[in-house]
Design a protein around this ligand. Structure first.
Ligand code: IVH
Length: 743
């Protein structure tokens, strides 16, 4: 059957449009149509091709992932050998390269170079005939490589057909296939989740992906490519400049590095190297140096090649980023928020331009995932400003008695318990203000402008005070006197007096500032304000229970009792539980809430469901279950209570007007009923009303102050109208809310 002529025309139109959209999306990163439009065109093309299989061509966009898995790759011989590059290992070596180039060309003046990043992937050759991709091959030994056409066709940024016109009859382009870092991280996360082996670096991942016998696997790998040169060209005079040739390739829809630049002489090369070296960590992909190429193609021909490398190009590599060394120990550092971080002590090694003797292991999940043990030989990486990290272990070098790393049960600095909440990667010291490692930061935070605002108490001074044991916690600040302060480095009588005055002034504060100053994890300035407004007094904050804040619905309570009765030992302590199949909502926070009332699983199972359920009676804007647990746990710690007591004794105070505080809330005493469909869930509006002191109830009565009616409001609206209760629409509510909030 032959297709009607109109079909062939439409087919061409569709393929042109799809190729163009692919190019804009994958090469230019600048799509001109939404995905839905692209999908529509693609589906139309697929439909036509299904109906007219005789019209399917290999370069149709539908044929990217086509072939069946191969048994092995065919061999391809390169008509123009794929060369390698000479390395310049130092600035001197680069100067020597430039001197030789000038000498051979007989030039006095500066040479013009094309400078491009040295991509860390693998070399590829693409052969286009009459604009269609016909072959892709790896470099192999330079004269023979492997035919990986099926796989390269799946790389979205590689055009199956060239755009524009004027391309040579045969055009062979050379370039690098690589894997952008984000894609690499995603791939490894997927491999890990599936229990498959992970890749050590993006280069290995790119190589492994390209050398898959099943192209369907390659198609799923996030590969990319940049062209950096030409091979065989037949039938078209290209330009006499490397950069201009790359611009031509770009016009034809081929991906070319946006970092390519033409620079003049050695100075230009040095500036480029420094610039891109500084931006290395910001690039979306790994590069391991810069390639400088004599830009004039005529000069390239004059210079020629030796053995396996051209005389007109050189690679200047960045100092090695990864080196091998030995883990001599693992210590745990305590950070500002009490985070306990494992740090590897390494046999010093020169990597990325500096000597590294410590490397972060991030957290215990990472230690376990990489299986790092003391005594292991490991790869250490340092990229840009990034903190050095242990990349992976070489298990074959593991000594017999390599020691497994364990999270300490107690803080190495203060001895407080170290805890690691279920589902969190970070372990923390529970010492809070008591832990010396956290003290300096805690005191700095306490004194900061938005907290107690102690003028003149800078970071350096705080460190001196703690190092000299003049203070141990924020409360001790108030016991400092002029004489003791004046004796400190860079402190005179006058500045000491100023500081004492500032301390005196800071004693008078607000409850919100005080709560913020305590530095409770997750309690920033705004939340501190909400907590203060909801509780009114410090006493009320300190006696908060999870039962005041966290909900367990009656239906959840029942389900939980059933699951516990079936699956848990009655004697199990309730606060050790979290998350069950069938009750995934049940977190450690819920377990702690139940522990306020019950000791064991048996107690919970035996209770009336109504006693297991919990309705919170205090709503604090912005405080969900997680923050509720942080708040309650903080105030349960005896250390924290001691410091608070000391602060109050040293005269820190604030206007304590709890009842007025609530009454002052703009909507205090007003009752609202929400009904009908609003632009967001009713809970959203409810929370905003509660935050301003309003009450929100479910049924309309004479006592209701306002009914807020959204679309399709029913009986509640009718009742409001019959009772004469004011009715607001959503705009009216917004106006009232913003008026009440004072904005
Ligand atoms: S040009 C005749 N340019 O480095 C010149 N190579 O060490 C041949 N590479 O096999 C290479 N980025 O895989 C050139 N911008 C770039 C490059 C680059 C990475 C790789 C390429 C080559 C190897 C040589």
């Amino acid at each position: 059957m032959t297709a009607p002529r109109g079909v062939a025309a439409r087919l061409r139109e569709l393929r042109d449009a799809i190729d163009r959209h692919n190019h804009r999306y994958y090469v230019l990163d600048d799509p001109e149509v939404p995905d839905s439009e692209y999908d529509r065109l693609f589906q139309e093309l697929q439909a036509i091709e299904t109906e007219h299989p005789e019209l399917v061509t290999a370069d149709s966009p539908t044929q990217r992932v086509g072939g069946a898995p191969l048994a092995a790759f065919d061999e391809v011989s390169h008509s123009v050998p794929m060369l390698s590059l000479e390395n310049a290992l130092s600035a001197d070596a680069l100067a020597e390269f430039d001197r030789r180039v000038r000498e051979r060309l007989g030039r006095d003046g500066q040479i013009r170079y094309a400078a491009e990043p040295k991509l860390d992937g693998l070399a590829i050759s693409l052969r286009y005939e009459r604009g269609s991709l016909v072959q892709a091959a790896t470099r192999g030994d330079g004269s023979r490589g492997e035919n990986v056409t099926q796989n390269v066709r799946t790389i979205a940024s590689v055009p199956l057909r060239l755009l524009g016109e004027g391309w040579p009859r045969v055009l062979e382009v050379r370039g690098e296939v690589f894997m952008p870092r984000k894609g690499f991280d995603r791939l490894n996360a997927g491999q890990r989740a599936a229990g498959d082996k992970t890749f050590a670096n993006p280069r290995n991942a790119a190589a492994g992906s390209l050398r898959q016998l099943d192209p369907a696997v390659t198609a799923k790998r996030p590969l990319a490519m940049f062209c950096y040169g030409l091979g065989l060209v037949d039938g078209h005079a290209m330009r006499d400049s490397h950069a201009a040739n790359m611009a031509l390739l770009k016009d034809w829809g081929l991906p070319v590095s946006p970092e390519l630049q033409v620079v003049d002489g050695l100075a230009g090369c040095a500036a480029y190297f420094a610039d891109i070296g500084g931006r290395r960590a910001e690039l979306a992909y790994d590069i391991d140096g810069v390639v400088f190429k004599v830009d004039s193609v005529a000069d390239q021909a004059t210079l020629g090649a030796v053995a396996r490398a051209p005389r007109w190009a050189v690679a200047q590599k960045f100092p090695a980023q990864e080196e091998l060394t030995v883990v001599e120990g693992v210590e745990f550092q305590v950070g500002r928020t009490g985070a306990v971080t494992p740090v590897a002590r390494l046999k010093p090694v020169f990597v990325g331009g500096v000597t590294v003797s410590n490397a972060t292991l991030h957290n215990m999940d990472e230690v376990q995932r990489k299986d790092v043990r003391v005594g292991d030989t490991v790869f250490v990486r340092r990229a840009g400003d990034v903190i050095p990290e242990v990349v992976r272990v070489l298990p074959q070098h593991r000594p017999k008695h390599a020691r497994v790393v364990r999270l300490p049960a107690h803080c190495p600095v203060c001895g407080s318990e170290v805890s690691r909440p279920e589902g969190e990667a970070v372990a923390r010291c529970s010492g809070g203000l008591f832990c010396p490692a956290q003290r300096k930061e805690a005191v700095k935070h306490f004194a900061s402008r938005r907290a107690l605002d102690i003028e003149g108490l800078g970071d350096k001074l705080v460190e001196q005070l703690i190092d000299q044991s003049l203070i141990a916690d924020p409360a001790d600040l108030f016991a400092l006197d002029v004489d003791r302060l004046a004796a400190l480095e860079r402190m005179g009588q006058k500045s000491a007096q100023n500081l004492v005055d500032a301390l005196d002034k800071s004693r008078s504060t607000t409850l919100a500032r005080f709560l913020y100053a305590l530095g409770i994890l997750g309690i920033g300035e705004t939340i501190a304000t909400h907590v203060a407004a909801a509780c009114g007094t410090l006493e009320a904050v300190m006696t908060l229970k999870l039962a005041n804040l966290v909900e367990i619905k009656p239906s959840q309570a029942q389900r939980l009792q059933a699951i516990l009765a079936e699956t848990a030992e009655p004697a199990t302590a309730i606060d050790t539980l979290a998350a069950f199949d069938g009750a995934k909502w049940f977190t450690h926070t819920h377990a702690l809430l139940l522990a306020e009332r019950f000791a064991t699983v048996g107690d919970v199972v035996a209770a009336a469901p109504g006693d297991v359920a919990n309705t919170p009676d205090i709503k604090i804007d912005g405080v969900g279950d997680v923050l509720a647990e942080k708040l309650v746990t903080f105030f349960r710690q005896p250390h924290n209570r001691d410091v608070i007591a000391k602060l109050l004794e040293s005269g820190v105070h604030w206007p304590d007007v709890p009842v007025a505080a609530v009454a002052q809330q703009p909507l205090a005493g007003k009752t609202f009923v929400l009904t009908g469909t609003l632009s967001a869930s009713r809970d959203v509006f409810k929370e905003r009303l509660l935050a301003l002191g309003a009450k929100v109830t479910g049924s309309v009565s004479k006592k209701t102050d306002y009914v807020v009616a959204g679309a399709e409001a029913g009986s509640k609206l009718t009742k409001a109208e019959s009772l004469g209760v004011p009715v607001l629409d959503e705009d009216g509510l917004e106006a009232l809310l913003s008026g009440a909030a004072g904005d």
